[in-house]
Every structure is written in structure tokens, then in C-alpha cells.
Design a protein around this ligand. Structure first.
Ligand SMILES: *Cc1c(COP(=O)(O)O)cnc(C)c1O
Length: 301
């Protein structure tokens, strides 16, 4: 079991018409297994250990928070880990992969075309033959055990809020939150990916957990800033201003876009007077290091 630190709620902003924006600091939950990944991995690791596996295998891109968190969580749980990484191995590992490797993760680079087969049973069988038995966690870490874990993100003090907001990648965090919100609360998900396919994907995910998609949920798909892992000067400036003003670091892939969306909605008058909004800080800060190394653009850590 990974030790869990408190995730305090911090007030960011209160407007004249009594709209409050707060942030729940999941980025502080564990020094290495940060943010929503802590909750997504928790029951997966427990299950792996309980079922007698000694190795976790998962998939991700070269800057993936999920790869990083899986490497750290496996190490802390005394499990071996294998990361199947999309794309070619570069001569020097980026900070994400370097850290994962230092935590004992075996990195296996595969072509983008092979990577697309990551969920096919025949492909998994090939991995089985190559690596021996392993406990498989899908890309992004979303499965039913992950959703069980993200269902524990909200705690009793969070039920006084009118809105809960989180970033969406695969939707596993959104699905877990949807299980735990109260009838008076509205859940807002901000997609980091371009396109409206995310509405359908989340619907499928909620159906699989016997939760209906309803007006209690809303997904914003117009704050992706060009698409997954894309950014604009406006987003960079926002993240740096936010850090200066509130002393809260945000990441460039997810939480920066989510905080921007929420404050933009406040500015545009889209929340009723008296709304209390709780944004979930899903972590992801390890990625800022690699971003800065790649682009030369500095971001808070
Ligand atoms: C992985 C990740 C997400 C996306 O979570 P899903 O459960 O895949 O939707 C959001 N924020 C951060 C910081 C992440 O690392």
C-alpha cells in the first residue's frame, strides 16, 4: 500500500457575485505517484500483488505521466515494471523515461504502427511470450480498478461545492468522480484532446460502470489549445501567471488547460452567482521538466 498524504482544498478566487474557485491538490498526494495516477494505480497494484504477479506491464508515450507513475508505484510496492513506449528510442532518454528507468522500469520501444495494436489479444500474446507473465494495465491506466480508485478522490468536505471540475484524457478520472458526486453537484470535464469523440468515449465508460450520462455532467471540448500536448503562448503565459498569483504549479498537458477553462467560464459569466467550484489538480507536473528541456520554455515545477 502506498502512503497517502492529505490533498488540501485551496481557495483561488472569489468574485463580487460570490463565485468561489477552489483547487483540490491531488498533486500533493504522494511525492512521486502524483495526482489522479495515485488513485488509478492504487487498486491495480493491490490486485497484482494479491493475485501473485511480480511484474506490471503498461503502455505510454515518451512523456507519459502514467508511465512515470507506474514505474514509481511499482518500485514502491516491490513489483517489477515494464513500459512499452510509443516510438523510437532516442540516443538520450528524456527526464520522464530516465526517472522511470532509474526506478527499475524496463523500457521497450515499439513503432507507432505496433503501438496501435496495444489492445489486441494477439499482440498481448506476443508480449506474453517475450516477457513472461505480467499484470497488464492499459494505456492511460483506465480500467474498472482505476475507476474504483478515482471514486475515492472526493472526500466529505467536497460535497459543499456546486461544481467539480477535472481534466479528461481517457475519462477514467471523470468516471470515478461521477460515481461519487452528490445529486446537487455538477461534474465538468475538460478534454485535453481535440475532437468531439470524447463525448461518446465517456458515455461508453459510464455505461460500463452502470452510470448514465446525464445533465449532471458536462464535457468541454474546446479548451484543448490545438490538441493533445499542443500549446499556445497564451496557455504558457496563463500557467506562469497562475503560479505567480496562487503559488500553484500547473502542468501543460492537462491542469493548465482545465484551470484556464474554469477561470474563462467565470470571466464569461457562465456560472450562477453563489457557485462554488472545486477544480481537481490531477498532478502531471513531472511532464513540465521534459517540456522545458524540449522547448526551452520554462514552466513552474
Ligand atoms: C493522466 C492525466 C489525466 C487524465 O486522466 P484520465 O483518467 O485518463 O482522464 C489528467 N490530468 C493529469 C495531470 C494526468 O496525468
Amino acid at each position: 500500500m502506498l502512503p497517502q498524504s492529505p490533498c488540501p482544498n485551496q481557495l483561488l478566487n472569489k468574485t463580487e457575485n460570490e463565485i468561489e474557485v477552489w483547487i483540490k491538490r491531488l498533486d500533493l498526494v504522494h511525492p512521486e505517484v502524483s495526482g489522479n495516477k495515485f488513485f488509478k494505480l492504487k487498486y491495480n497494484l493491490e490486485e497484482a500483488v494479491k493475485s501473485g504477479y511480480d511484474t506490471i506491464l503498461t503502455f505510454g508515450g515518451a512523456y507519459s505521466n502514467h508511465i512515470y507513475a507506474t514505474a514509481k508505484a511499482a518500485e514502491a510496492s516491490g513489483l517489477k515494471s515494464i513500459g512499452i513506449i510509443r516510438g523510437e528510442e532516442l540516443s538520450e532518454l528524456n527526464p520522464t523515461l530516465k526517472s522511470a528507468k532509474e526506478s527499475g522500469m524496463r523500457l521497450e520501444f515499439i513503432s507507432r504502427s505496433d503501438y496501435r495494436r496495444k489492445a489486441e489479444p494477439e499482440f498481448i500474446k506476443l508480449l506474453d511470450e517475450k516477457f513472461g507473465e505480467f499484470f497488464l494495465i492499459p494505456e492511460g491506466g483506465t480500467n474498472s480498478l482505476a475507476i474504483l480508485g478515482t471514486g475515492e478522490i472526493l472526500t466529505p468536505e467536497d460535497f459543499e461545492f456546486t461544481h467539480i471540475a477535472c481534466s479528461i484524457g481517457t475519462g477514467g478520472t471523470f468516471a470515478g468522480l461521477s460515481h461519487s458526486i452528490k445529486p446537487h453537484q455538477k461534474l465538468m470535464g475538460i478534454s485535453s484532446l481535440k475532437g468531439d469523440f470524447i463525448h461518446e468515449e465517456v458515455k461508453v465508460l459510464l455505461n460500463s460502470t452502470r452510470k448514465k450520462y446525464s445533465s449532471q455532467y458536462e464535457i468541454l471540448d474546446d479548451y484543448h489549445f490545438g490538441g493533445y500536448a499542443k500549446h499556445t503562448p497564451e496557455l504558457i503565459a496563463f500557467i506562469n501567471d497562475f503560479h505567480e498569483k496562487y503559488k500553484v504549479p500547473l502542468d501543460i498537458i492537462y491542469t493548465g488547460k482545465t484551470a484556464f477553462a474554469i477561470l474563462d467560464h467565470v470571466k464569461k459569466g457562465n456560472f450562477k452567482a453563489g457557485s462554488k467550484i472545486l477544480m481537481i489538480h490531477t498532478g502531471g507536473l513531472q511532464g513540465n521538466l521534459g517540456f522545458t528541456e524540449k522547448t526551452g520554455i520554462s514552466l513552474p515545477l
